[in-house]
Design a binder for this molecule. Structure first.
Ligand SMILES: Cc1ncc(COP(=O)(O)O)c(C=O)c1O
Length: 358
């Protein structure tokens, strides 16, 4: 097993004459092993590991300069929205949020100043699917960088670099690590010049992860494919169960043939993932709260992608930092419940939902 190099520094033979490693902000052998694995599973050339998914995003935004514009999907993780609007807007970056179900909406807002397109697919928590190849064509035409947050799909289901993205980002906290015991982020790129700039930012800004967390994420990656298969199977069964339930109005899951971008999901993803969200009949807020409070096997908690099932109430939890009016425009209503379907026996999960919804 790769050793956990729990060291901040490395012995030098003569001043400046190090043996491949100088200081652990710059390089650490355990982190390096993880970065190689990350690049490999995303079919990329260069991997970078950070202290969290948001730290990885922070490094991407530092590629830009004041005055640059970013076009982002309008339905995305609340913390990403907060980083964009509450931190980087103050440094002179301008963000435009558009619905990307139809990629042509991007073309309408592209300007000479647009330097980055930020895509999350499937989106958190509405499970919208964005056509990465179509967005990549627009990005290439206008010479704009395309970054894809691949957290919800995982590289087992979808590899954005192979579909034309320049940067793939993960909250490795989720499916990559897979056991809800580590917070970690990653970037993978193909281009050597871009890799050099990201490596410089990683070292100069210093938002790296530690060796123990690198080890845990490496260990998680070993079972990613097996876990994802069961996540997908269980989520499909639960999506169908909820869809036929008289007390449930709407289920968002890309595997339904009536999902708006089901055909795109079928071509760019190997399966439909372990995440879904749903709204109670009549968008009843009190009923939604009762359901999440009554769940026993699903734990009511932030985060997703671990082997144990989690339930969340996006409006008050993961997406609370998005103003109500903006969040409701993209469907994140107060009666929406998000499920991260784990790998437990699906009969137990359905029985838990049955008793909570009854
Ligand atoms: C889609 C997505 N992107 C990014 C993040 C941020 O990652 P982290 O919590 O590891 O900083 C999250 C966290 O929930 C997420 O769900």
């Amino acid at each position: 097993m790769p050793p956990i190099y729990q060291t901040s520094t490395y012995a030098q033979i003569t001043p400046g004459g190090h043996q491949g490693f100088e200081y652990s902000r710059t390089h650490n052998p355990t982190r390096q092993a993880l970065e190689k694995a990350l690049a490999s599973i995303e079919a990329g050339n260069y991997g970078f590991a950070f202290g969290s998914g948001l730290a990885a995003m922070d490094a991407v935004l530092k590629l830009l300069k004041p005055g640059d514009e970013i076009i982002s999907t309008n339905d995305l993780y609340g913390g990403s929205y907060r980083l964009f609007t509450k931190i980087f807007e103050d440094f002179g970056l301008k963000f435009q949020f558009v619905g990307m179900n139809d990629p042509q909406n991007i073309t309408a807002v592209v300007s000479e100043k647009t330097k980055l397109i930020w895509v999350e697919t499937p989106t958190n928590p509405m499970m919208n699917v964005i056509d990465i190849q179509a967005v990549a064509a627009i990005a290439k035409k206008h010479n704009i960088l395309l970054a894809v947050d691949n957290t919800f799909a995982s590289p087992y289901l979808q590899q954005p670099l192979t579909l034309g993205a320049d940067i793939v980002m993960h909250s490795a906290t989720k499916y990559l690590a897979g056991h809800s015991d580590v917070v970690l982020g990653s970037l993978v790129v193909n281009d050597s010049e871009l890799a050099e700039r990201i490596g410089f930012i990683q070292n100069a800004s210093g938002a790296i992860c530690g060796p123990m967390d690198s080890f845990l994420t490496l260990r998680g990656i070993k079972t990613l494919h097996v876990r994802m298969q069961r996540h997908c199977e269980n989520a499909a069964a639960i999506a169908h169960f909820l869809h036929q339930h008289p007390k449930i109005e709407k289920v968002n899951w890309p595997g339904f043939d009536f999902h708006p971008n089901h055909e795109v999901a079928k071509t760019q993803m190997k399966d439909f993932g372990g995440m879904l969200s749903f709204v109670t009949q009549g968008a009843d807020y009190a009923a939604a709260i009762k359901i999440v409070e009554r769940l026993k096997l699903f734990t009511l908690a932030e985060s997703l992608g671990g082997v144990e099932s989690l339930a969340g109430h996006p409006a008050s939890m993961t997406h609370a930092s998005i103003p109500k009016a903006i969040r409701e425009q993209s469907g994140v209503v107060d009666a929406l419940i998000r499920l991260s379907v784990g790998i437990e026996d699906v009969r137990d999960l359905i029985a838990d939902l049955e008793q909570a919804i009854a």
